[in-house]
Design a protein around this ligand. Structure first.
Ligand code: AMP
Ligand code: MG
Length: 430
């Protein structure tokens, strides 16, 4: 494998002490490949999984030419251009109950939405414009050839890919799979992610809080975010700021996961041995990312020792900062797209944003991207946003209260009330 650090330093704009957010994401995504391995699952179990091969349609959808409306199936050639046409009603074509015969000259068949277009007919006239007099149906002029039809194979064609590999299956894709009569699909195996928190001050839930201690929350937010991404999470608990314990944790994590996510221990002033250890056990870059919150971050690969002592492929390492909001922001900015890539999603698309009017002033330093937490509201026909209050990187409440990130670009300075800012929604429709 090409050396990670070498690959980075070849890029002429690479400065580990001030790395723009987009550049850091690009560097990470450029190195990762989807995990190897797939499984076949039943269609309902495939929801939110990533297709590992194209779903090929075994049939045309729709299977037959059929009517898009309730009306009359006619032969366009029978219709007078500028006069009413009288046709003879010879039968019915309902959805699921086709008309057996053929529509001959001067004839018509009553047809319902989804009904198979009878042989001979090439056009459907909607019932609302027609008149029925006994057996006769009167069609007004002004119809168009082939109107109100759905053609066989218009939606999906037999032998062609209906859903491409790399697609995460949402309810719409699950419906398509079912519409093809397919019961089982191949999906990529779940990405395995090992997580642990570092810090002597961390206290696990269920034990009383000692003087100066804090409850470990990062493992829980990480667990939540990873579970949402469909990962298999291996929660290794809290690891003390102790070299031997940390080394054992890193080795174990690398042996059983595709990616390791740690929190804490990468900031300036932290016990340096965590960084030393990461560097020693693998190939790891330490970045100061031009962002707030979430400045320090480690990224690289931790080696995996095989039972025979040889080096295995190892696991990707994301050493996130310790502050709870910084963990979440760096996760969404870097780890989430990385996990998407590992899970086989192709392409990994940038998160869309949209402009909103900021109703409160915000302080912002130039030369870094800031991710403030915001609340959207609809006022006088436009989207407005305000920050959630205290924006400290330890204030997890600012995330819980928020429904969007306010993304303040690298070069931007402070924001006055009324200015337009970009926001990223936390929840999507699907
Ligand atoms: P560090 O990056 O290790 O210096 O941690 C920065 C801040 O985040 C400190 O105030 C830590 O107490 C806090 N912190 C670190 N890890 C966690 C965690 N797992 N849960 C909650 N807070 C944490
Ligand atoms: Mg710490």
């Amino acid at each position: 494998m090409t050396s990670i650090l070498q690959a980075f330093s070849c890029a002429d704009d690479y400065d580990p002490n001030s790395l723009p957010v987009d550049r850091a994401r690009e560097l990470i995504l450029g190195l990762l490949q989807p995990v190897v391995g797939h499984e076949r699952v039943f269609v309902r179990q495939a929801l939110d999984r990533v297709l590992s091969e194209d779903v090929i349609s075994p049939i045309d959808v729709p299977a037959h030419d059929n009517s898009a409306m309730d009306g009359w199936a006619v032969r366009f050639g029978d219709l007078a251009a500028s006069d009413d046409t009288r046709l003879r009603n010879i039968g019915t074509a309902f959805a699921g109950r086709a008309f057996a015969g053929r529509v001959g000259a001067g004839e018509t068949v009553r047809i319902m939405t989804g009904g198979v277009l009878p042989e001979g007919a090439d056009c459907v006239v909607i019932q609302e414009v027609t008149k029925v007099e006994g057996d006769a149906v009167i069609i007004p002029p002004g119809q168009r050839k082939e109107q109100n039809l759905r053609r066989a194979g218009e939606d999906l064609q037999a032998g062609r890919p209906a859903i491409p590999a790399g697609k995460k299956l949402r309810p719409a894709e699950i419906g398509i799979v079912a519409s093809l009569g397919i019961g089982e699909v191949s999906v990529r195996r779940r990405v395995r992610v090992a997580i642990f928190s570092t810090g002597d001050e961390l206290c696990s839930i269920g034990t009383p809080l000692a003087e100066g201690a804090v409850y470990d929350s990062n493992r829980y937010t990480l667990w939540g975010m990873l579970t949402r991404l469909g990962c298999e999470v291996i929660d290794m608990g809290v690891v003390r700021d102790d070299p031997a314990a940390l080394e054992a944790a890193f080795r174990e994590a690398a042996a059983c996961s595709d990616a390791i996510i740690t929190s804490g221990g990468v900031s300036v002033g932290e016990a340096d041995f965590i960084k030393q250890l990461m560097a020693q056990l693998g190939e790891v870059a330490f970045w100061k990312i031009a962002m707030k919150p979430g400045r320090p971050m480690a990224f690289g690969r931790i080696g995996k020792t095989q039972p025979d002592g040889a080096d295995g492929p190892g696991a990707w390492l994301f050493g996130l900062p310790g502050n709870p909001v910084a963990v979440m922001v760096t996760f969404y900015q870097f780890v989430q797209p990385a996990i998407m890539k590992l899970s086989g999603i192709d392409p990994v698309r940038p998160v869309p944003g949209f402009p909103a009017r900021c109703v409160e002033p915000m302080r912002k330093g130039r030369g870094r991207t800031e991710f403030q937490r915001g609340i959207l509201s609809r006022e006088n026909g436009e989207w407005c946003v305000r920050p959630t209050g205290a924006q400290g990187s330890g204030v997890l409440r600012s995330m819980a209260d928020a429904d969007c990130f306010i993304v303040l670009e690298h070069e931007r300075g402070s924001v006055a009330a009324g200015e337009t800012v970009m926001v990223q929604l936390m929840n999507g429709l699907v």
